[in-house]
Design a protein around this ligand. Structure first.
Ligand code: DOR
Ligand code: ZN
Length: 442
């Protein structure tokens, strides 16, 4: 890590979707903020970061990350998660509250904010909706917001009690905070461990039907409409739920959503593997589960059309022992921060997303989805003069083979290990500091 007061990112292709800029330019950074964009800026004493041949993007923003601290530091810590973020091009990550204890009081939020002060990216906390995420007693939502929570969520579980969900939406309307919902109706999913379909039938595994997602999405759209609060659908994975969200947005409701790289790229087929023998790949066990090809297509289309404005990783690091067991008993989750750009950029290389769209959904899209670009974060997700100097340098043509053993994250759990994709994060600058540099030496 180098502490730099002034640097110039030289000669890259600057893509800033918020302003429509797509040109070879230099970017001057002074005291942690973007100071100037222009051709061939004079350098003086500034450190030069050579970006020739690279795309210069705003740093990525992830609305959905599990950092496991406090309570499960063997899986990830705030510091290790932030290093993984930096390596993945992320400069802002939002930390889900399903820690131990859960982030359900101002004090637990304070503790996370304190621990996150000197790590390699900005960490914004998400508070729990109910005490201990147990679904019975609402948290003090205003106190969580005052402590810095940028959203509330019981992620891992839905707020399944309708009465509590209704009350939470009513309070959140006044507080101007989104409810980030894990959309799974437990009465419908019934403990299913993968998508309910042809593959679960073949493997003899309990399935979780698409209707479990749609049920909560429809309820929350109704509650958002009734209360005027914002419903944010976490990791939306099915065509039917995306249709409901598109319809609600077309009606002008405060409804937003995110999709994950894995739901944009992988289907339930990979749980069974691609050989003769059935694999039962626990690294492909995730909640919501990997779905069908039609669902994948719907996720990509919703992202391209802007129905979904944010890609979020749902980075869910687990220890080897949590995955090295029977499928039924394995933990849900995929470690995602360090493969997000290769996956999304591979979709670009396949012509399924445009490059500027892909970058928008990782930067200004999430910033605006949760109004993160206010106060001293004004301009977050953009390269506007005065914005925080959060910058990712991206290689868009580089072939990469995914190898989690090289990752900073403690979570090596990914079904993408060994896959050949296209795209790498060459360097990351967080608030003016170079926090990751993987560029070839000159
Ligand atoms: O796959 C998942 N993992 N889905 C969740 O909702 C929770 C997460 C976790 O915390 O591991
Ligand atoms: Zn999650």
């Amino acid at each position: 890590m180098t502490l730099t007061r002034s640097l110039i990112v030289r000669g890259g292709r600057v893509i800033d979707p918020a302003s429509g800029v797509d040109a070879v330019l230099d970017v001057r950074v002074v005291d942690g903020r973007i100071a100037e964009l222009g051709a061939e800026l004079s350098s003086g004493t500034a450190e030069i970061v050579d970006a020739a041949g690279l795309v210069v993007s705003p740093g990525f923003i992830d609305l959905h990350v599990h950092l496991r601290e406090p309570g499960q530091e063997h899986k990830e810590t705030i510091a290790s998660g932030a290093r993984a973020a930096a390596r993945g091009g992320f400069t802002t990550i939002c930390a889900m509250p399903n820690t131990e204890p859960a982030m359900d009081t101002a004090a637990t939020i304070d503790a996370v904010v304190l621990r996150a002060r000197d790590v390699d990216c900005r960490v914004l906390p998400i508070g729990a909706v109910t005490m201990g995420r147990k679904g019975h007693e609402m948290t003090e939502l205003a106190a969580l917001r005052d402590a810095g929570a940028v959203a509330v969520s019981d992620d891992g579980d839905a707020v399944s009690d309708n009465a509590i969900a209704r009350r939470a939406f009513e309070y959140l309307a006044d507080l101007d905070l989104p409810l980030a919902e894990h959309c799974e109706d437990p009465a419908i999913s019934q403990g299913g461990v993968m998508h309910d379909g042809a593959v679960s039938a073949r493997l003899g595994l309990r399935g979780q039907p698409a209707a479990a997602e749609l049920s909560i999405v429809q309820r929350d759209i109704a509650l958002a409409e009734a209360s005027g609060a914002q419903f944010h659908g976490c990791h939306i994975s099915t065509e039917a739920a995306l249709e409901a969200i598109a319809d609600a947005r077309a009606r002008g409701l405060q409804v937003t959503a995110e999709v994950t790289p894995h739901h944009l790229f992988l289907s339930h087929d990979i749980v069974a593997g691609d050989g003769e023998e059935l694999l039962y790949d626990t690294n492909a066990k995730v909640n919501p589960p990997l779905r069908t090809d039609a669902d994948i297509e719907a996720c990509v289309e919703a992202l391209a059309a802007g129905v979904v404005e944010a890609v979020a990783t749902d980075h869910a690091p687990h220890a080897a022992v949590d995955k090295c067991c029977e499928f039924d008993r394995a933990a849900f989750g995929i470690s995602g921060l360090e493969s997000a750009w290769p996956v999304v950029n591979t979709l670009v290389s396949q012509g399924r997303l445009r490059l500027a769209e892909a970058i928008a959904r990782l930067t200004v899209g999430p910033a605006r989805t949760w109004n993160l670009d206010t106060g001293d974060r004004l301009g977050l997700g953009t390269l506007a003069v005065g914005a925080p100097a959060d910058i990712a340098l991206l290689a868009t043509d580089a072939p990469v083979k995914i190898d989690p053993e090289l990752w900073e994250s403690k979570g090596k759990n990914t079904p993408l290990a060994g896959r050949e994709l296209v795209g790498a994060v060459a360097a990351t600058i967080s608030q003016g500091r170079i926090v990751w540099d993987g560029r070839e030496p000159a």
